[in-house]
Design a protein around this ligand. Structure first.
Ligand code: NAI
Length: 494
């Protein structure tokens, strides 16, 4: 009698073929004795009737199971349909995207040819960053995308990374970032990483700027065991990493949340080969093994992994890899070869130890939340208003604009302290060589900071109204001090 339910969606394109192959291997390895796979209707065809690409029934099933195993899904190009993958991850706060990049026997890469063994994890923040998709057209020529990084959002992903490292016996975790430029957002991500590391004294940490990380990965990927990254940087670096081990066909992916987790292949629906029975099911199978380990079925995961590795050592390959070797098998033949090798061991170097007696799910589902959970990291600190950044749609030159704004601010508690254009200071000092666009940030700060304690928002709104009588305001951002420290960045050149 199965004792854990898993929502199952084969997906679109090659999805059903590769999912059939994985289910065949799972069944033969006894996985179905302990897991019940419940089909759910999500995918490209559902967009015709539901703009979310999933039915209410599917959503209810996924939520009651807590684990979703899915094949690739197409997103209709154009129209309002959003990527189901991104929707699911965000809706269910699957905050950590975990990908394992390991060199597999028979998968030739520049590193395998050089005898370099690649084996590392990327843990990518999965909810925040530019993936909020908060974008606005501000002026004739300028569009913005807001990038949000939160302390609790960063904590969740860092904690997951350290816990995973501890479980896997990984002794060193790197944090990749661009905190030299995005000092506040990536700075927060990095600070929280260092803070969290304090709870894991057995694990060494290091940080690396994202551009250097990319170069290092291409030159000597073997120096990394686990890298934690913000969302967009993690997205890009993950695909680079997939390239190091032979492409997306070999990179499994898990999206882990407090209540819900989603396991999926990272490649797409491969419409060019769909229905031909030639697709490579490795990525989906490896994602399935991550799922088995997530629910506690370590025994079957190791048995299947060993059978897969042995099959690869024996030269089994689909047409998309194997360096042009003869004898490519189709998707079904690939699954059959793995099934034949269940219970056997690959070479000692590649074999995964098979833990005994860990063949039943141990995952305990949390109680369904009754309302949205508020995440907090910091104690509430004292914050006071000290001014505001106002964003203006104007083509005036910096000196002209400054003169007019200074005139408007006369008699208010604020003085104009800085103007920037595309983040570069253009007033009070700057360079005529700085090219500008029709979108300025103008900063007003209190003439006397002693007034901050009693200021409140009122005088800021009064200033805004006065400026709005003369200019088009596109946005404004109150400036605050938190426990006496400025909560805003300086402009480039300030
Ligand atoms: P793709 O990954 O589907 O295909 C790129 C190339 O890789 C194609 O030549 C394809 O034949 C090959 N390929 C991919 N997976 C393979 C496999 N398992 N075995 C052998 N060859 C394989 O990327 P593409 O063409 O950009 O996207 C097609 C569709 O997939 C789009 O609708 C896209 O939105 C969707 N997609 C879905 C993803 C997901 O569900 N996680 C991820 C990426 C794309």
């Amino acid at each position: 009698m199965a004792n854990l339910r898993i929502a199952l969606s084969p997906g679109d394109g090659i999805g059903p073929e590769i999912m059939d192959a994985v289910m065949h291997v799972f069944r033969q390895a006894g996985v179905h004795e302990h897991l019940e796979f419940v089909p759910v209707e999500i995918g490209e065809r559902v967009f015709a009737t539901d703009s979310r690409g999933m039915t209410d029934q599917a959503i209810a099933t996924i939520e009651s199971c807590g684990v979703l195993f899915k094949g690739p899904m197409g997103t209709p190009i154009g129209g309002g349909g959003k990527s189901i993958n991104v929707t699911l991850r965000k809706m269910y706060s699957a905050f950590a995207n975990v990908r394992h990049f390991q060199a597999l026997p028979g998968v030739e890469t520049v590193f395998s040819r050089a005898g370099v063994h690649v084996d590392f994890y990327i843990v990518r923040e999965n909810v925040e960053d530019t993936y909020g998709g908060i974008e606005h057209r501000l002026t004739n020529d300028v569009i913005e995308c807001k990038r949000l990084i939160s302390a609790p959002g960063s904590d969740q992903v860092h904690r997951h990374a350290f816990e995973l490292a501890r479980r896997l016996g990984i002794g060193k975790v790197h944090c990749g970032h661009k905190a030299n430029i995005m000092k506040m957002t990536d700075g927060l991500f990095l600070d929280r990483f260092r803070e969290m590391a304090g709870e894991y004294p057995g694990i060494e940490i290091a940080d690396v700027i994202i551009d250097a990380l990319c170069m290092n990965l291409v030159l000597r990927p073997q120096i990394y065991r686990m890298i934690v990254l913000p969302n967009l940087q993690g997205d890009i670096v993950s695909d680079l990493a997939a390239g190091l081990v032979g492409g997306l066909g070999f990179a499994p992916s898990a999206n882990i949340g407090r209540h819900m987790s989603i396991f999926e292949a990272v490649h797409g629906t491969a419409p060019d080969i769909a229905g031909k029975g030639v697709a490579n099911p490795t990525s989906l199978l490896l994602s399935g093994l991550m799922m088995l380990r997530h629910v506690g079925m370590l025994t079957q995961a190791a048995v299947i992994e060993n059978a897969l590795i042995l099959s690869l050592e024996q030269g089994m390959h689909t047409a998309d890899f194997g360096s042009g070797r003869e004898g490519a098998v189709g998707t079904e033949g690939y699954a059959e070869a793995i099934v034949r090798n269940l219970g056997k061991r690959p070479s000692d170097r590649e074999a995964t130890p098979v833990p005994e007696g860990q063949d039943r799910p141990t995952l305990v589902l949390g109680e369904r939340p009754r309302a949205n959970t508020l995440l907090r990291t910091f104690e509430t600190v004292r914050s006071v208003f000290v001014g505001c950044d106002i964003y203006l749609d104007t083509t005036l030159s910096p000196p002209e604009l400054a003169a007019r704004l200074q005139a408007i601010a006369t008699g208010t508690p604020f003085k104009l302290t800085m103007m920037s254009n595309r983040g570069t200071q253009v007033w009070p000092s700057g360079s005529v060589f700085t090219e500008i666009v029709d979108y300025y940030r103008v900063r007003f700060e209190l003439r006397d900071m002693h007034d901050a304690a009693s200021l409140g928002q009122g005088p800021i709104l009064t200033l805004l109204r006065k400026i709005a009588e003369k200019f088009e305001i596109t946005d404004f951002q109150p400036l605050k001090h938190f426990d006496g420290r400025p909560g805003y960045s300086l402009a480039q050149g300030q």
